[in-house]
Design a protein around this ligand. Structure first.
Ligand code: NAI
Length: 329
């Protein structure tokens, strides 16, 4: 059998963690032949709850789960890890200003970036789910100078999946007919889900919808505000779907994307599509079977899309400026 892949998950005792860990351990992340060693990081007060989750992992007797280690010290938990899913973050609480939120998360992601830089395996890939995900990823990346910048991604796959589901539902087709969907920009309310380059049944998705008012006034805000709609309905934020997207992003990044399609990944910009270098922004990406991603090139961006992408990227530039001023990067 193959050597286990060491997978770190932070915020492992949280609600996303409760869905994520069991699916990783059951083989959904790296397939049915790849043993996994889990490395779970939590803050000290949550370690007791995390012990309970580990008891449940034990009670599943997952054949692929070779070992579970837990702790509150990132330099121990991240030692030798190959894949890191940074889920734990400080949520915005009542009365908290944006600067407070960025500072609180800055403290978490500077420390975790430094720890990964010091002890992770050479092939480390880091995916940030914890919000504000793009900027948290940028903070971790900036604090890990020895790890290639492109190994730091942020999650927009949930937005991608939400958009696929909305358009499939609108057109009454199975989700499998929707391809080449792109989320551009920030994982926030300014994100831009692009139907103009997407396909439904091999035909242009925007043309198939043939209703620009629906795209602008229904589709885009429904996708962008879906997180808030779930909180309003469920009383807590999306967790199982966020865990699903985290697994799908990391699965595709490790093993490749299918022929004839692409996925949305927030990656360090190389200047493609006029997105300035130095921010981590969502793009259409393909991944080779060796686990190397590239931004899909040559898509045409119409004026409507251009304005939406520019607005979301401007927000990322602004967040970067704020964390630079706070001395976090
Ligand atoms: P949660 O509050 O249930 O769990 C977060 C866990 O992180 C807690 O157990 C907490 O103790 C832990 N944590 C806090 N600071 C930590 C640190 N320094 N090191 C290790 N663990 C730490 O939250 P939930 O629902 O699991 O969500 C986690 C994050 O994911 C939130 O920031 C949320 O906004 C974000 N999210 C992102 C989505 C995306 O599409 N990018 C979608 C849904 C949620």
């Amino acid at each position: 059998t193959q050597a286990p892949v060491k997978v770190a998950v932070t915020g492992a005792a949280g609600q996303i963690g409760y869905s994520l860990l069991f699916r990783i351990a059951s083989g959904e992340l790296l397939g049915p032949d790849q043993p996994i060693e889990l490395r779970l990081l939590e803050i000290t007060p949550a370690l007791k709850a995390l012990e309970g989750v580990v008891m449940e992992l034990d009670d599943c007797a997952f054949p692929l789960l070779s070992k579970v280690e837990i702790g509150d010290d990132a330099t121990k938990v991240f030692d030798g890890v190959n894949l890191a899913m940074l889920v734990g973050a400080r949520p915005r609480t009542a009365g908290m200003e944006r600067g407070d939120l960025l500072s609180a998360n800055g403290a978490i992601f500077t420390a975790q970036g430094k720890a990964l830089n010091a002890v992770a395996a050479d092939d480390i890939k880091v995916l940030v789910t914890g919000n504000p995900a793009n900027t948290n990823a940028l903070i971790a990346q900036s604090n890990a100078p020895d790890i290639p910048a492109e190994r730091f991604n942020a999650l927009t796959r949930l937005d991608h999946n939400r958009a696929i589901s909305q358009v499939a539902n609108k057109l009454g087709v199975p989700v499998t007919e929707v391809k080449k969907l792109t989320i551009w920009g920030n994982h926030s309310a300014t994100q831009y889900p692009d139907l103009f380059n997407a396909e439904v049944n091999g035909k242009n998705a925007a043309a198939a919808v043939n209703d620009e008012a629906w795209i602008e006034n229904d589709f885009i805000p429904t996708v962008a505000k879906r997180g808030a709609a779930i909180i309003a309905a469920r009383g807590s934020s999306s967790a199982a779907s966020a865990a699903n997207a985290t697994i799908e992003h990391m699965h595709d990044w490790a093993l490749g994307t299918p022929e004839g399609d692409w996925v949305s990944m927030a990656v360090p910009s190389d200047g493609s599509y006029g997105v300035p270098e130095g921010v981590i922004s969502s793009f259409p990406c393909t991944v080779s079977a060796e686990g190397v991603y590239s931004i899909v090139q040559g898509l045409s961006i119409n004026d409507f899309s251009r304005a939406k992408i520019d607005a979301s990227v401007a927000e990322l530039v602004d967040e970067k400026k704020a964390v630079t001023e706070l001395g976090l990067i």
